[in-house]
Design a protein around this ligand. Structure first.
Ligand code: GDP
Length: 432
């Protein structure tokens, strides 16, 4: 997998670098949702290779009262969980004792390490940067996260260490069960595979860290991405939000459909939302399971209200299946898997170009984008791209005038007509 962690002491410019590395995509997500989402995780690509970026600094409490121990823990986790590490230092401050300490940790690591010497905005700084070579870490890059100089070179070098997208071993759906600690993930998996555990094969995944296990249950064949097996159950780690996010990132990277388990007694909270957006940003299918439904006192509209609240939080990607289950009583666990398989199929769906144009062009003609400065946008042709997940291009005369609300309208129409339940879709407007 390609998980890049940005580490370093506070205020060296980790978040600025992070924003620079993921900028484009993040901006799109935010303009669509209109809400600031989790800003510590992003998806990006460079030279044709995709990678995830995590800003470890985002997970410390606040920069004033950070304990050194806390930073050390973050770095340690990043070393264990990420594939590539970018160590950021600050040329204005020079080498601090904390930098030396982080460098000492990193020097023992076998994974690719890139030292980014930040705030190098001019030639003088370039000379100052030489000091950092003393830290004895292989590759250094002088950058300015603010103006972007040097980050291209850093990314070029980094991309060389990234893996190519893994070949799909078979066409079976790959499901990852994700969620916060104690939501009931293990219970759900146990309820699902039961005592008559029906494991067909064990296939080592694309890296030593992931094991796909093939199951045949309820008449379906599917792979469960088993990250639980490699989880070192230590209380300290489980408590760290950063750790749970790392875990979720890794299992989501490997899956087709993320099965997000929510604890009904706690509701849909910030951390659940973060995991949901991880899946969305990775263009994975999503099914939401509201677990422990047996514990909830029901009144007439309990289910409906619960569902409505979640749909508000996840707008505009609202047609995600939400299923109320109990891992304890096994209520609807079959339905959960059946639905995940449907979402898997939806994600592979290809709409023939002729059919797409026949249906969509008429609709869009009747409800065209609003005129801008007296100019009218005319949509002439549309097609679905041959990508692994649904992406559509609409060709028109003035793509720059098509705003987000209209893109959302088009997305909703596509969902209504062709049923992309549970699947993120991407829409582009381009000049013919
Ligand atoms: P994980 O950390 O997400 O894997 O959560 P676990 O599967 O370990 O479950 C956490 C706790 O919730 C355990 O005590 C389970 O027995 C309990 N639990 C899980 N699912 C259910 C359920 O559907 N109903 C009830 N009543 N308890 C559940």
């Amino acid at each position: 997998s390609n998980i890049v962690a940005i580490v370093g002491r506070p205020n060296v410019g980790k978040s600025t670098l992070f924003n620079r590395l993921i900028k484009k995509r993040e901006a799109i997500v935010d303009s669509v949702s209109g809400v600031t989402r989790d800003r510590h995780y992003g998806k990006s690509d460079w030279n044709g290779k995709e990678f995830s970026v995590i800003d470890t600094g985002g997970y410390t409490v606040g920069s004033d009262d950070i304990f050194e121990g806390e930073i050390r823990k973050q770095v340690q986790l990043a070393i264990e969980e990420a594939d590539i590490i970018v160590f950021v230092v600050d040329v204005e401050e020079g080498i601090t004792p904390m930098d030396t300490e982080v460098a000492n940790l990193l020097r023992k690591v076998k994974k690719p390490i890139f030292m980014a010497i930040n705030k190098v905005d001019n030639a003088m700084r370039e000379a100052d940067a030489v000091e950092f070579y003393n830290l004895g870490l292989g590759d250094h890059y002088t950058i300015s996260s603010i103006n972007g100089s040097g980050t291209g070179e850093l990314l070029d070098a980094l991309a060389e260490k990234l893996e190519d997208a893994p070949e799909q071993e078979n066409e079976l759906p790959r499901f990852a069960v994700v969620g916060r600690p104690n939501a009931g993930k293990s219970s759900f998996i146990n309820a699902l595979i039961g005592e008559d555990r029906n494991i067909v094969t064990n296939i080592a995944g694309t890296t030593r860290d992931s094991i796909d296990t093939k199951y045949n249950r309820f008449g379906f064949d599917f792979n469960l991405i088993d990250t639980a097996g490699i989880r070192k159950k230590s209380k300290v780690k489980e408590d760290l939000e950063f750790y749970s996010v790392m875990r979720a990132v890794r299992s989501i990277e490997f899956c087709d459909v993320a099965i997000l388990v929510i604890d009904a007694t706690r509701g849909f909270e910030g951390q659940d939302e973060n995991i949901f957006w991880l899946a969305e940003k990775n263009k994975k299918g999503v099914v939401i399971l509201i677990n422990k439904w047996d514990l909830v006192e029901k009144e007439t509209n309990t289910m409906r209200d619960f569902e409505a609240q979640i749909r508000r939080e996840i707008a505009p990607f609202t047609d995600v299946p939400i299923i109320f289950i109990s891992a304890l009583t096994k209520q609807r666990i079959f339905k959960a898997i059946e639905t995940a398989v449907e979402v898997f199929e939806n994600r592979k769906k290809r709409i023939p170009t002729s059919k797409l144009n026949e249906t969509m062009l008429d609709i869009l003609k009747q409800n065209p984008p609003p005129a801008y400065k007296g100019k009218f946008v005319k949509i002439k042709f549309c097609t679905q791209l041959p990508t692994p997940t649904p992406q559509f291009v609409f060709f028109c005369n003035l793509p720059q005038y098509v705003r987000d609300p209209y893109k959302r309208y088009v997305e909703n129409k596509l969902r209504e007509i062709f049923d992309f339940k549970g699947v993120p879709i991407v829409i582009y407007f381009r000049k013919k």
